[in-house]
Design a protein around this ligand. Structure first.
Ligand SMILES: Cc1cc2nc3c(=O)[nH]c(=O)nc-3n(C[C@H](O)[C@H](O)[C@H](O)COP(=O)(O)O)c2cc1C
Length: 190
């Protein structure tokens, strides 16, 4: 980015979604590691959406609730997302699916990047399932992400993979933010 562009471009609003709410979750450590790494950047303004902070109803309600509104408003305000997901039985956790399904239009035309973790597959099966869900929501999912094998004691060395992913998320986030400002997205047949 040219220096003059950098001065004129407000930072991209990136919501980091921590998807595990399991008691004793590793998600907290992974989330902390990632936000520490990303926090030093001036091109991105991070906000954390930690699903443990939400008290969503057990049954999908007929009407909305304050917690659901809070979640969807935070999704709406973001220009881009990093989803931090563990792998449970070759997929992503129910807590994450429940939250994703509360928003719809708010996701549309925004980029989504993934930080996944688990055992030998490093959460990559979970990411493939998430790609399918986020395609339905008309987002752009990034090819490059961070995949962590928690059994590898040196997983925290993956900082450069996180940097590349964030550079690419920034590129897509700015491109799509500008596109949304220029013209409405065509989301159905006219
Ligand atoms: C119900 C359950 C199913 C799991 N299934 C897988 C799996 O299919 N593949 C894998 O690599 N790890 C699997 N794991 C290991 C988790 O990815 C690992 O425990 C991770 O720490 C879970 O994230 P969390 O601690 O933030 O909840 C599973 C863990 C749980 C609790």
């Amino acid at each position: 980015m040219r220096e003059s562009d950098e001065r004129e471009t407000p930072p991209l609003s990136v919501a980091v979604i921590i998807g595990s709410t399991r008691e004793g979750r590793a998600g907290e450590r992974v989330g902390h590691w990632f936000t520490e790494r990303a926090g030093g950047r001036t091109d991105l303004e991070l906000s954390i959406i930690d699903l443990i902070d939400f008290d969503f109803p057990a049954h999908y309600p007929a009407g909305t609730t304050e917690q659901i509104r809070d979640f969807t408003e935070r999704v709406d305000r973001a220009d881009a997302f990093v989803v931090i997901t563990p792998e449970y039985n070759r997929s992503f956790p129910a807590s994450l699916k429940q939250a994703i399904d509360f928003a719809y239009d708010e996701w549309q035309t925004k980029p989504v990047a993934f930080v996944s973790y688990g055992h030998s597959s490093s959460g990559l099966y979970a990411v493939e399932h998430l790609r399918s869900v986020f395609t339905e929501l008309q987002t752009v999912t990034l090819r490059n992400g961070v995949a962590i094998n928690l059994m590898d004691e040196r997983w925290e060395d993956k900082g450069r993979a996180a940097d590349l992913m964030l550079d690419q998320l920034g590129w897509w986030g700015l491109a799509l933010r500008e596109a949304r400002a220029r013209r409405p997205y065509v989301s159905s047949v006219s």
